[in-house]
Design a protein around this ligand. Sequence first.
Ligand code: TZP
Length: 203
Amino acid sequence: MKYKLYLIGDRKLFPQEEAFLEAVQKALKAGVKAFQLREKDLTAKELYFLAKKMREITKRNDALLFINDRIDVALAIDADGVHLPQSGFPAHVVRKVWKDRFIIGVSTHSVEEAKEASEWADFITFSPVFHTPMKGKPQGIDKLKEVKEAVKCKVFALGGIKLDNLHEVMPYCDGVAMISGILGQKDIEGTVKKFNEILGEKP
Ligand code: TZP
């Protein structure tokens, strides 16, 4: 896995779907190579139609598309990967049933969850590293470091990651994941370019 910047979507940051699609497209054009569609309140049908549009724009921009939780939707739209929450299918089940069909990412929030997921996942996110609304107490850099040392798979730091705290997490992870650190910024293209520059990703 080559990408170090993992963008997670949140359509509720935008007034309408069109603006959401435009913002994601801008980020992809500027150099995001992995995008996760995470719209937990949509029906399968609603998510399917949105995911189809995301599939088009990720393909056009040579980026990987991950679907959060919904393996049925991921299969239907030919996604590259699935991102499994702790309440979702266990990673070993997805691996056994679908073999190498999907790149598998798993959300983790403790060393125990990270160790378990890492046996089967291609990468994990560990969160929340820093403060982020509605995700509880930040776990901090020391916990991230502990997780990184405990697992073999790639670790993405998640939760409150912004350009100005990127240098704090970089020594203890393989990549960074975020929503507002990119989609909440006025200059989405400029922010993505800066992230990639600091992470050492080629344009
Ligand atoms: N899972 C853990 S923290 C989080 C998710 C989806 C939200 C991260 O949002 P932000 O804006 O990058 O802090």
